[in-house]
Design a protein around this ligand. Structure first.
Ligand SMILES: [Zn+2]
Length: 259
């Protein structure tokens, strides 16, 4: 079974043909997907998709780009929404200093609320981090010292040092289609050092289509290309890559019953 751990199925790019996209994923062998909430105001739409499909689960949270929609977001509403039995993670949340679409202090405050919600619910925190290594490491370090929580650094393209520090805190990592891009040798170098029992794969569709689809709209049916690249980078057979990432996925997203 293939698993796509990070899809954005409520995105407008799928408005015309969402059911066909989901059907193509199943035909390609994708047995499970986690559809990601990008802002709490979209949670109803995200949740509806997970409730309509037994093989699709969801998260609740606000992306750093969207943090400005509710600069004072607290842990409590996230915890309340996470009581929905289809919710299996908190996020995506984090810091993005590349685009700076929300003020950095707001990004940090909203991210801290998500960490608190992950700790309180026991659900894994789905983290987005870009060009914010020092602040991300500092926030994770402090939060980790205050009490444990499960952590996924999704679509990881940041530095080796942050990866090492997060790995030491028990973090999981997810690999996306970026690993297939010709120029992404630095990303592949970091993937080579990730803990071998805490790596999972994602498409992050509709964004970041893997080679040979780069530049097109991405969809979960392409996850096999990401998994094949991960196997090649790590020197794993295709079967071993599938088995390892499946085990890692269910250890992380432990609210999802393993089929
Ligand atoms: Zn992201």
């Amino acid at each position: 079974m293939l698993i796509d751990s990070h899809v954005n199925l409520h995105a407008p790019q799928f408005a015309q043909d969402r059911d066909e996209v989901i059907a193509r994923a199943r035909s390609a062998g994708v047995g499970l997907m986690v559809t990601i909430c990008d802002k709490v105001s979209n949670f109803e739409a995200v949740r509806a998709i997970a409730h309509a499909h037994p093989d699709i689960w969801c998260t609740v949270g606000t992306h750093p780009h969207e943090a400005k929609e509710d600069p004072d977001l607290a842990a409590e509403p996230l915890i309340a929404l996470a009581a929905d039995p289809r919710v299996v993670g908190v996020g995506e949340c984090g810091l993005d200093y590349h685009y700076d679409l929300s003020p950095r202090d707001v990004q940090r405050r909203v991210f801290a609320a998500h960490i608190a919600a992950a700790r309180a619910t026991g659900l894994p925190l789905v983290v987005h981090t870009r060009e914010a290594d020092a602040d991300m490491a500092a926030m994770l370090r402090q939060a980790h010292a205050e009490g444990p929580f499960k952590l996924l650094l999704h679509c990881y393209t940041s530095g080796a040092e942050l990866a090492r520090e997060a790995a030491a805190m028990g973090a999981w990592f997810s690999v996306s289609g970026i690993a297939t891009f010709k120029a992404a040798e630095d990303v592949r170098a970091v993937i080579r050092d990730m803990p071998d029992d805490r790596i999972i794969v994602e498409t992050d569709c509709p964004y970041l289509a893997p080679a040979p689809y780069r530049g097109r709209r991405n969809e979960p049916a392409y996850i096999g290309h990401v998994l094949a690249k991960l196997a090649e980078i790590r020197g794993w057979s295709p079967e071993e890559a599938e088995a390892r990432t499946t085990d890692a996925f269910f250890n992380l997203f432990d609210r999802i019953p393993r089929p």
